[in-house]
Design a protein around this ligand. Structure first.
Ligand SMILES: Cc1cc2nc3c(=O)[nH]c(=O)nc-3n(C[C@H](O)[C@H](O)[C@H](O)COP(=O)(O)OP(=O)(O)OC[C@H]3O[C@@H](n4cnc5c(N)ncnc54)[C@H](O)[C@@H]3O)c2cc1C
Length: 482
């Protein structure tokens, strides 16, 4: 589809034609062409060595437009990048070309009435810092409704383009829940780029599709009240007690919380071995539940801890967390995987979604069935529809690709949804199937197929999909028009 040598030479021409922009063409391109694909032994084999021809770091919309127009005129692929913390080779260019690094396009544009708008490259920690300071009511201000454990470096555009949700999803569900994303401003990839504002729900057609169907310039999101979050770790001797405590805390309507994470033994031991920073925060051999609860909810939390026979082994107030600049959040979600893999290189992971209402029973059954081969890591979250549930980022002792597939199938056989993290094509992961609306959106915003090519299977079937639309077999939520 793309000739490598031709793409490299055309990219060279673009860098020369736009000398005022910040271009990177030295050895740093290797690092900027990667993300955390190596969490998967399968993707590591498939994607090792991929490299863009150049990286550009624009600071204004005009600079972005100049790069996009030049790439479209030359037929050069563009891969958008935030901070490159994605997991499935999401921002790794399969066909070279230009990496459009948006990390310098990063201003908070406004924050009012519990909503905010920012340029896509803003780091989530920085956005929280600024929105927490905006508090007309005299409280602690506002913050993002959900952030990944990579909030320190990851961008808002990257969460939207490649992420799912995270800390805070226990209240607001994943980012895709209706009401979280209010609108996006997107640019088309054409010799004369167009810019349009998409409001929800249309705005969500560019979400979690790895930057394949539109370049997002700005996002408008709803915020959450920022409380003074007390961080605790509670240890248990029994897995069932830890799981039931986590579920009870997650479902407890009166306890205001931001996250509840269950790390079954031996994960706490792996984390203790991974970093001296966690020394004395957990009992060796135990099952641990990490919690962020509003400080005023501590007494209710302690009552639950007592009811389920747990022991608080770590406690930090919001002020202590701020002063130390360290948070237990950076041991949850996929940070658990990151730290565990430091200690045991034979580990990988899977991503799963349980059935609300059956999640506790399913988690117990699967643990019994898979024993020491699958280490249980659960994050309690609300579903898009609002029910309390948990999603899993289970650690897996990797033996072969076949066994990894079997383990995922065993989960499916027990009614647990798998978002396969060992694939780089959008439809093979969380999306699960070709979405005609996503393809139609790509036809609208990327008619030449230059955005992150090779990652959206539906693009290769666009003619059939559009024929089905014309024949009335498929109806689209949005039609490809401006
Ligand atoms: C240790 C670890 C922990 C993690 N924890 C979580 C977690 O808790 N929750 C979670 O959801 N994810 C998690 N992730 C995945 C990832 O960190 C998040 O999704 C993060 O928000 C990605 O942001 P980024 O700026 O690094 O995006 P990148 O990796 O740079 O980009 C991600 C995808 O979005 C596309 N993209 C980026 N910006 C734009 C844009 N402006 N327009 C269009 N497309 C764009 C890119 O092309 C790419 O396909 C984790 C990953 C790691 C390695």
């Amino acid at each position: 589809m793309f000739d490598k040598t031709l793409t490299a030479s055309r990219t060279g021409g673009i860098t020369q034609a736009l000398p005022a922009l910040e271009w990177i063409t030295d050895s740093r391109v290797d690092r900027l062409s990667q993300d955390f694909y190596w969490f998967s032994p399968v993707l590591k084999r498939q994607l090792d060595g991929l490299r863009a021809d150049a990286v550009v770091r624009p600071k204004t919309e005009d600079e972005i437009r100049a790069v996009v127009a030049a790439c479209a005129q030359a037929g050069v692929p563009i891969t958008v990048r935030g901070s490159g913390t994605g997991n499935y080779g999401q921002c790794m260019p399969l066909h070279g070309g230009v990496i459009l690094d948006l990390s310098a396009y990063n201003k908070l544009l406004w924050c009012r009435d519990g909503t905010a708008r920012a340029q896509a490259g803003i780091r989530m920690m920085e956005m929280d810092r600024q929105t927490q300071a905006t508090s007309p009511e005299g409280g602690t201000g506002w913050e993002l409704r959900c952030v990944p454990s990579t909030f320190r470096s990851a961008t808002l555009g990257g969460l939207y383009g490649g992420g799912f949700g995270g800390v805070g999803s226990i209240n607001y569900g994943p980012l895709a829940s209706s009401g979280n994303v209010l609108g996006v401003r997107a640019m088309s990839i054409e010799p004369e780029p167009k810019v349009v504002e998409l409001r929800a729900p249309e705005a969500l057609l560019l979400h979690h599709v790895y930057g394949t169907n539109g370049l997002v310039l700005e996002l408008e999101v709803a915020l959450a009240p920022a409380f003074a979050w007390l961080e605790s770790i509670v240890c248990f001797d029994s897995f069932d007690a830890a799981l039931e405590f986590g579920d009870a805390l997650a479902s407890s309507a009166g306890i205001v919380k931001k996250s509840v994470t269950l790390l079954a033994a031996p994960i706490p031991d792996l984390l203790l071995a991974a970093t001296p920073l966690l020394k004395d925060t957990m009992r060796a051999g135990s099952h641990a539940v990490f919690t962020l609860v509003a400080g005023f909810g501590e007494e209710a939390l302690l009552q639950l801890v007592k009811d389920f026979g747990g022991t608080v082994t770590h406690r930090k107030t919001a002020a202590e967390v701020k002063a130390s600049n360290r948070t237990i959040v950076e041991y949850t979600w996929n940070h658990t995987t990151l730290h565990a893999m430091k200690v045991d290189k034979g580990l990988t992971y899977i991503q799963s979604g349980f059935q609300a209402g059956r999640h506790v029973e399913q988690a117990k059954t699967l643990r019994q069935l898979l024993g020491d081969e699958v280490l249980v890591h659960l994050e309690f979250i609300r579903t898009k529809e609002g029910a309390m549930n948990c999603s899993g980022l289970q650690l897996v002792r990797y033996s072969s690709d076949e066994r990894l597939d079997q383990i995922m199938q065993i989960h499916r056989d027990h009614g647990v949804y798998i978002a396969n993290p060992h694939v780089y094509v959008v439809e093979d992961g969380k999306q699960g199937q070709i979405n005609p609306d996503v393809v139609a959106t790509k036809m609208r915003f990327d008619p030449m197929g230059l955005l992150n090519p090779g990652k959206l299977r539906g693009w290769d079937e666009r003619e059939r999909i559009m024929a089905d639309v014309a024949a009335g077999k498929v109806s689209l939520a949005t039609l490809p028009k401006f």
